[in-house]
Design a protein around this ligand. Structure first.
Ligand code: AMP
Ligand code: MG
Length: 400
């Protein structure tokens, strides 16, 4: 058996190359950018009024002038205008250009306007106030967004501003999610007393939405020949196979042998961890295909997805690895076997230290999927000891 660290290294050394594709901006949320986004103009592109009010030349205020004749109104979206007489003012609206001859905006709240005379009501007015100067945020041709950035709402806003109606992003791998097991029925079926409904495939399928991946679902019965044949057919059209079940030592666990028969190279099988010990991972490097074969117990599948699949997926897509977070155990915890234990926890913020606190909510083992409802993370407890003290800090895998 290999350690959790070795397993993760092996998996991260076997990412698959993904091409790029060009998609509409509106469809790019959650995708990974594969081009540089530069400013096409200065940010802002002109000296921009930031408050509704009047625009004046500050030198007249400085000389003591408080009443300014209003020459007219200058609205957002109108080409720049000029003051006719420099000691007058113009009413200006947020988003308009600052009129030529003016350099300062006093908001309506600080002005009284009667019969086209605006009288300033305050004594402190600074030059350039309420003016967002051209190019103060970014200059034309500045690099704004680097390749390898996850596109969120803020990237979309910036890309829209620079006129990117289409963007180049990492293409998504084709993913098949395959359940195995004769005891499983579909979500819309009534299970017999000896059966259960499938859950893992739906959990994984929905988790993959984070990456905008729409995986297809398959099911294979506990039969060696069917396992070989069906995985063989599925692997012809998909880049990534995520299997659940059939990788342990049971007499109906055909998945590892079937995969090897089909020419997949076993890169790891069994990790010194709980849950998820029987996890099998392999690849066909010549055709850039990988297989994650998770043990069927729902918490095992879920943990393996979070701990191994997610970092693999991020790296394949060209994203940096996720920020490491850790939490402080809230109470003593004991775990005897020499395995890395992924303890289910509920995290909260410790009000006195502002640190993350980990409250163990252990549940009843890897079949207890309902326990995941009351937890939001796993705490990774190392395999070299069995006692873990309140106050000690360990890595966290956050899933909510
Ligand atoms: P296995 O890894 O095939 O030995 O399965 C271990 C346990 O996980 C068994 O109790 C299975 O019924 C259960 N299991 C396997 N696949 C799924 C699935 N897709 N959804 C829910 N439970 C499953
Ligand atoms: Mg099974």
């Amino acid at each position: 058996m290999i350690s959790v660290r070795e397993a993760l290294n092996t998996i991260l050394n076997n990412t698959i190359p993904l091409s790029a594709e060009i998609i509409p901006l509106e469809a790019s949320l959650g995708r990974v950018l594969q081009e540089e986004i530069a400013a096409d103009r200065d940010f802002p592109p002109f000296d921009r009024v930031t408050m509704d009010g009047i625009a004046i030349g500050h030198e007249f205020f400085k000389k003591g002038q408080r009443a300014f004749t209003v020459e007219g109104r200058h609205m957002a979206g109108s080409p720049t205008v000029s003051l006719k007489s420099l000691n007058n003012c113009l009413e200006v609206m947020t988003g308009a250009t600052i009129p030529t001859g003016t350099d300062t905006v006093i908001r309506y709240e600080d002005v009284r306007i009667d019969n086209d005379i605006a009288t300033i009501q305050i004594e402190e007015v600074n030059p350039l106030q309420n003016v967002h100067r051209q190019g103060t945020d970014r200059k034309a041709s500045d690099l704004l967004i680097k390749p390898g950035t996850l596109i969120t709402a803020s990237e979309i806003g910036v890309m829209a501003t620079v006129g990117k109606s289409e963007v180049r992003v990492t293409a998504l791998p084709k993913i098949a999610i395959i359940s195995t097991g004769d005891e499983l029925v579909n979500v819309d079926q009534q299970p017999a007393p000896h059966q259960i409904r499938k859950s893992n495939v739906y959990t994984i399928q929905s988790a993959l939405n984070t990456y905008c991946c729409q995986a297809e679902l398959f099911h294979i019965a506990d039969n060696k020949e069917a396992t070989v044949n069906e995985i063989g057919v599925i692997s012809e059209t998909f880049d990534v196979l995520i299997l659940s079940g059939g990788v342990s030592k049971g007499k109906a666990d055909y998945v590892p042998d079937a995969l090897e028969e089909l020419g997949f190279k076993k890169l790891l099988h069994r990790i010194k961890q709980r849950p998820g010990k029987p996890f099998w991972f392999g690849s066909k490097p010549e055709s850039n295909k990988v297989v994650f074969a998770f043990p069927g117990n729902p918490v095992s599948t879920f943990l393996c997805y979070q701990k191994y699949f997610k970092p693999w997926m991020r790296k394949s897509l060209g994203l940096p690895s996720q920020k490491a977070i850790s939490a402080r155990l809230s109470e003593d915890f004991y775990f005897k076997p020499e395995l890395t234990y992924f303890l289910q926890i509920e995290t909260s913020s410790d009000p006195s230290t502002a640190q993350l606190l980990a409250k163990p909510i252990e549940g009843h083992g890897s079949g207890d999927l309902a326990n995941l409802l009351f937890t939001d993370a796993f705490l990774e407890l190392p395999d070299d000891r069995s006692e873990f003290k309140a106050g000690e800090i360990f890595p966290v895998i956050n899933f909510k």
